[in-house]
Design a protein around this ligand. Structure first.
Ligand SMILES: [Fe+2]
Ligand SMILES: [Fe+2]
Length: 260
């Protein structure tokens, strides 16, 4: 079923944090290993505007439906990051602009050059949008799974409710990317082959290309390496299998082997 963009335009909004008791973290803080995962998620959510900057230099810009979605997506992800910054603040940790600015300084020339790389990559293949939509859905699936796993591990009622609200919006992002990925992959076997090669060569867990490797290792190990984590990772791989032409990539199994 095609994603209903008109309905999304009507329903999109900044994350509702009404009634979320951020002060509760003062008395009942998160364990250090879970707080470390949350820092990662905060940084990656607030990196969305950098992805948007790159994507607007690609073929995605030719498609007004996609640019409309990306605009709303970026807005929602910003507010996910802002909400996670409030959790960090409740633990007396810096979040928001301070962390974001230092992350961008740390990335240095890589972040300066990245729009050129994306522009070049998009010019090289006319199946760029199939690749982009596929990366989009895989990344949203794994983000969603990360929140599910963090909520299950941390067992904190306030975090639980906050992540539940974030995940509801991630669900809409999944629906958009999935419907567009399937449509583009179904339309052409060449798109399937090119996407398969690109995903196999270039995909890594969300944030792995911009976060220090030790942080990615910690996140993958903490959330996906135990029995419950592996089951969730396996479920993602089976979902990828169901995308046209993408069976057998075992992306999460590969990520576990590499990072955990
Ligand atoms: Fe998000
Ligand atoms: Fe998302």
């Amino acid at each position: 079923m095609r994603f209903d963009l008109a309905a999304y335009k009507e329903s999109t909004d900044r994350l509702d944090v009404g009634g979320i008791d951020f002060d509760a973290f003062h008395d009942q803080p998160l364990a250090p290993e879970h707080l470390r995962c949350l820092r990662y998620m905060h940084d990656v959510e607030l990196h969305t505007s950098c992805y948007l900057r790159n994507l607007l230099n690609t073929r995605a810009h030719h498609d007004p439906e996609i640019t409309t979605f990306l605009t709303l997506w970026n807005h929602e992800e910003l507010w996910h990051g802002e909400a996670l910054a409030r959790v960090l603040a409740a633990h007396d940790e810096p979040g928001g602009p301070d962390r974001v600015a230092s992350m961008r300084r740390r990335l240095g020339w890589r972040i300066t050059a990245s729009p050129l790389l994306w522009m070049g990559f998009s010019a090289m293949t006319r199946h760029f949008l199939a690749i982009h939509m596929t990366f989009g859905v895989v990344n949203e699936w794994t983000t969603q799974a990360g929140y599910v796993r963090l909520a299950a591990e941390a067992r904190h009622p306030v975090l639980d409710e906050l992540l539940r609200r974030i995940m509801r919006q991630e669900g809409t992002h999944i629906a958009f990317y999935r419907s567009h990925a399937v449509e583009r992959l179904e339309a052409s076997e060449r798109a399937q082959r090119t996407t398969r090669r690109a995903v196999r060569a270039l995909w890594s867990p969300v944030g792995a290309s911009v976060m220090p490797e030790a942080e990615t290792r910690h996140l993958v190990r903490t959330l996906f390496s135990g029995g419950d984590g592996r089951a969730v990772a396996d479920r993602i791989d089976r979902r990828v299998d169901a995308l046209p032409g993408l069976a057998g990539l075992d992306l999460m199994a590969g990520a576990l082997a590499r990072y955990a």
